[in-house]
Unconditional design. Structure first.
Length: 114
């Protein structure tokens, strides 16, 4: 069955960096567009970044453009989200998503606070 397992979240100071990972299994990873979403307390889930199946094309929410980078390693069945220059408003649970079929991971908490 399809599984997506996020890791790499934690507590970081403003201006710091984190790299999230999402390990995929149960499907041919290299065939699918993947996304990262986030959900802050009391807010709707927000699309953060998208990467095509080959990794050649990416898209970002305006709020993270220039600070976050989505990438993937199809040999390792893993998609990443490198987050730099983190701000308190980036605090949220971050979720990995397989676009087709609507599969989600369990999420990983990112807290940006001094």
């Amino acid at each position: 069955q399809v599984q997506l397992v996020e890791s790499g979240g934690g507590l970081v100071q403003p201006g710091g960096s984190l790299r999230l990972s999402c390990a995929a299994s149960g499907f041919t990873f290299s065939n699918y567009v993947m996304r990262w979403y986030r959900q802050a307390p009391g807010k709707e889930r927000e699309l953060v970044a998208t990467i095509t199946s080959s990794g050649r094309d990416t898209n970002y929410a305006r709020s993270v453009m220039g600070r976050f980078t989505i990438s993937r390693d199809n040999a390792k069945n893993t998609v990443y989200l490198q987050m730099n220059s983190l701000k308190p408003e980036d605090t949220a649970v971050y979720y990995c998503n397989r676009v087709i079929g609507g599969f989600w991971g369990q999420g990983t908490q990112v807290t940006v606070s001094s």
